[in-house]
Each structure stands twice: as C-alpha cells, then as structure tokens.
Design a protein around this ligand. Structure first.
Ligand code: SF4
Length: 247
C-alpha cells in the first residue's frame, strides 16, 4: 500500500487535487483509500435523540447500514495505526503531516510554497499551479485541472509505503532516522528496500496482516520460539518454521 500526502492552506485547491488524484487512480484500475485530517473537534453525530449517550460511553462503536459501515473510535488515532486498517493500492492523505510519506503541496502563492516546503515535499499543485508551469525551487509544478494525467502518473511513480516513526533507540539500522530515510526515498536518493523492515527475517501476521518489527523485537520473538522449537523432535537446523495462534 503506497501513500502520498496532499498538504496546503485553506482554499489552495487541496480537496480538488485529492479528488483528481483519487479518480485518476481509480480510472486506471487501482484501489484507493483516503484519510482526511479535519483539525477541529468534529464528531460524527449519528443519532442525537436516542444514541448519543451510548456512543459517548463506548470506546469503539460500529454503525452498519445497508450502504456503509462506520467504525468510530472515541479518540484521535495516530496515522500509522489508522493505516493498518487500509489495504488499498494507494492511500491519499489530506492535510496529514505526521506520516513518513512523500508530499505534494497545494499553494496560492510563492510565500505558501516557502512556508510549506520541507524535505518530504516532491511537487507543487493547487491554485498556484493553475497559473504557473515548469518548476519552482526545484519542485515540479502540476496543473491538476489541465494535466491531471501527468499528475496521476507522477503519484504512481513517486508514492511509497510510509515508513514507521520509530525513535532512534528503537531502530537506526539504516543509519538514519525513519523521517530522514523517507526524505531520501522521496528524492530518489535511497530505496525503500534500504529500510531493514522491508527484509524482515521474522514474519508476524495478525489476522493475515504482516506486522513490521524492528530488529530487536524480531530477535526476541525468534529466540523465544527457537528456544522451544529447537528442543522438539522433528526439528533440524535451517528448518522452515511457522507458528499459528488461534485465540
Ligand atoms: S531501518 Fe527502517 S525502521 Fe529502522 S530507522 Fe531506518 S527507516 Fe526506520
């Protein structure tokens, strides 16, 4: 699952760019998810006359109708945790800055671009791009209204699976922080496979979803399993070992 963030000030064309990328990817046969950060105290008001108290008391609520299913958490979840619920080909992150994924900024003016540019930014679009073309500060400019195909091509080529956000004490196996490595990948100065989590020696699946583990957690799990398994009949060196739990 690859992701890209669209970041911009209000009325800079952010939602339009998200919609154009989403429909362009869908038209090419990709599955697409989206996450939008509203940055306010918005809550989903399901049915205030009869259910409000129940919704407030529960930590998690699911509302299922004939046309959709809404799972509500009563807190603001970290984006990396939300992403575990997604298995589409691409996820479009609107106004999400806490994710180690590449970014396209939408801007009205050069001043906006200066304020929003950081090392994860790889392109400029939005209102500014409707009146300019070429590059600015080394970043390509995409007019999403007139050249939507080029923008979608660019997303397909440049989006990548977000890196985790581990502390340096937890993992620095690539020689960088996760954020620094994401910046290098965004600018094609490193490969996603340079993150050690891309080549895990120990695989863990929870409900069939692979779980990323830093090397020391892989070692703990491996040593715990091997400590038991290596004493059992049927074990031989270099055996392929699978453990499944049914809870
Ligand atoms: S190897 Fe991967 S998880 Fe570890 S610090 Fe580098 S990018 Fe982060």
């Amino acid at each position: 699952m690859k992701a890209i963030s669209i970041i911009g000030f209000p009325k800079s064309g952010k939602t339009t760019v998200c919609e154009i990328i989403t429909s362009g990817l869908c038209n090419r046969g990709y599955t697409v998810g989206s996450i939008k950060d509203i940055q306010s105290d918005f809550v989903f008001d399901y049915n205030p006359t009869s259910n409000k108290q129940k919704l407030e008391d529960a930590q998690q609520v699911t509302i299922r109708s004939l046309s959709e299913t809404d799972i509500l958490y009563q807190s603001m979840l970290p984006v990396n945790l939300i992403l575990k619920h997604y298995d589409q080909d691409f996820v479009i992150l609107e106004d999400i800055v806490e994710c180690n994924a590449p970014r396209i900024i939408t801007a009205i003016s050069e001043q906006d671009i200066l304020e929003l540019t950081d090392n994860l930014v790889i392109a400029v679009s939005g209102i500014f791009a409707n009146q300019h073309d070429g590059e600015i500060n080394g970043l390509p400019i995409f007019n999403a209204l007139e050249h939507s195909d080029s923008l979608v091509d660019f997303v397909i080529e440049n989006a990548f699976e977000p890196l985790p956000n581990f502390d340096a004490e937890c993992c620095s196996a690539c020689g960088y922080s996760c954020r620094e490595m994401a910046e290098l990948i965004a600018h094609h100065k490193a490969l996603h496979s340079d993150c050690i989590l891309s080549n895990q020696r120990v695989e863990l699946l929870i409900n069939d979803k692979p779980i990323k583990m830093v090397p020391f957690v892989q070692n703990i799990l491996r040593n715990a399993v091997m400590g038991v398994v290596s004493e059992l009949q049927g074990y031989a060196k270099n055996s392929n070992i699978k453990v499944r739990f049914k809870l």
